[in-house]
Write a protein that binds this ligand. Structure first.
Ligand SMILES: Cc1cc2nc3c(=O)[nH]c(=O)nc-3n(C[C@H](O)[C@H](O)[C@H](O)COP(=O)(O)OP(=O)(O)OC[C@H]3O[C@@H](n4cnc5c(N)ncnc54)[C@H](O)[C@@H]3O)c2cc1C
Length: 372
């Protein structure tokens, strides 16, 4: 039995590839996720009313890079892709996922549970879930980090009902929110959505940074991949990844959209450092801003051990970890004895695109070849 923990974009991508390559069947594959497949992704992106993805047409869950283009043609999507980068329309992208889940009968593999702990008896892993124990020979960790929200230090003493983290997909973006904190695409989409009904203030630490993509796609190919492999140690690898990832950035069309909202007095952009926040106001270095409710678009935690499940694995198995706290894995993406990783957990091996949709494709190819 092969068990993928996490049925998000990457978990589904890996499952399709394992089935495609006949490394697994729906009888020998299990996917553990407490929610419907890709629920977290779909809930957050629908909540902020993102219309088009940031990534390009060849980045999706199916093993064939051109599958989404063919799908768009077959299903006659008039505006399936946008602009020079051919960014897929979110609705089409999500419908494509649903159709793949159906056509590969992935629902047959789905265990609706949350993994809490991992143990091993002989050659068999025991995954402790909230509702049961699942035995398996091979484990693939595809849990991502989006469920572990980064709450900045300055929010620590603020009452929970005064703010929301946009990645908390159970919480709607309610009309009382008048301040957004953050500077990346989640902030931009959140502002666009909120300003449909009322003016908002966006507080960011830096000028709007424009990058069309999260990182150069060349990081997964022969162009840049050797730079990572040739780094002298894992500290240098982390530095390369940090510099190559354009975190807190957005494509030009989103910047233009924000500037347009600003011109129409629907948006105030404050570029400043936040010093403190109390129940009614935000103190930045230069301003005091009163607020009604805050939306944080500050991303996910950088500490893997902030996820109790990953913390248990690290404490129990004592696997190889780099100084930044992330797994040191084999080129096969095996972290330790038959435990494979994808997404952020594979970042030191796959590089800056590892946590993106295309990182899931790369991980799926390597893991399918490793397990076969
Ligand atoms: C607003 C927004 C826009 C984005 N746009 C793009 C884009 O255009 N292109 C791009 O490449 N990337 C984009 N990203 C990044 C994107 O989130 C990832 O590419 C993609 O979701 C990563 O897939 P994943 O499977 O690693 O994580 P997720 O899709 O978040 O899935 C992780 C899954 O693991 C499950 N899980 C977690 N812990 C456990 C546990 N203990 N037990 C069982 N299940 C567990 C969760 O329930 C979840 O279903 C965007 C992100 C955001 C927030």
């Amino acid at each position: 039995m092969i068990t993928i923990i996490g049925g998000g974009i990457q978990g589904v991508t890996i499952a399709l590839k394992l089935i495609d390559e006949k490394v697994a069947t729906t009888k020998t594959l299990r996917i553990i996720d407490p929610n419907p497949y890709c629920h977290q992704w779909m809930s957050i992106t629908n909540k902020i009313e993102m219309e088009y993805l940031r990534s390009t047409s060849v980045h999706h869950v199916h093993p064939n890079p051109f599958h989404l283009k063919q799908y768009a043609k077959l299903n006659q999507y008039a505006q399936g892709f946008s602009g020079y980068y051919k960014r897929p329309q979110l609705e089409m992208f999500n419908t494509h996922i649903h159709d793949q889940i159906k056509s590969y009968q992935l629902e047959d593999c789905h265990i609706y549970d949350k993994a809490m702990a991992l143990h091993k008896a002989g050659d068999i892993y025991h995954i402790q879930g909230e509702h049961g124990v699942y035995k398996t020979e091979q484990v693939i960790l595809a849990t991502g980090m989006i469920h572990v929200h980064h709450i900045p230090e300055f929010m620590q003493d603020v009452d929970n009902n005064r703010f929301t983290h946009v990645f908390d997909y159970n919480q709607p973006l309610d009309h009382s929110i008048d301040v957004v904190i953050g500077g990346g695409i989640t902030a931009a989409h959140t502002v666009r959505k909120l300003t449909k009904t009322h003016p908002v203030t966006l507080i960011m630490r830096h000028d709007i940074r424009v990058h069309e993509l999260d990182a150069d796609g060349g990081w997964l190919g022969p162009k840049n991949a050797p730079l990572l492999k040739n780094a002298k140690d894992y500290k240098e690898r982390r530095q390369i990844i940090t510099e190559a990832r354009h975190s807190g950035s957005m494509p030009m069309h989103l910047k233009q959209s924000l500037l347009h909202l600003q011109q129409n007095n629907l948006l105030t952009i404050i570029k400043d450092d936040i010093q403190s926040v109390n129940e009614s106001s935000i103190q930045t270095t230069n301003k005091n801003i009163s607020y009604n409710k805050i939306a944080l678009t500050t991303g996910c935690s950088k500490q893997l051990t902030d996820d109790p499940f990953l913390k248990q694995i690290i404490e129990h198995f004592n696997p190889n970890i780099a100084p930044c706290g992330y797994p040191i894995v084999e080129p096969t993406l095996e972290w330790f004895d038959n435990v494979f990783v994808a997404g952020p957990l594979a970042e030191l091996e796959l590089g800056p695109m590892s946590r993106n949709i295309i990182g899931g494709r790369k991980a799926s190819q390597i893991i399918a070849a490793s397990i076969a």
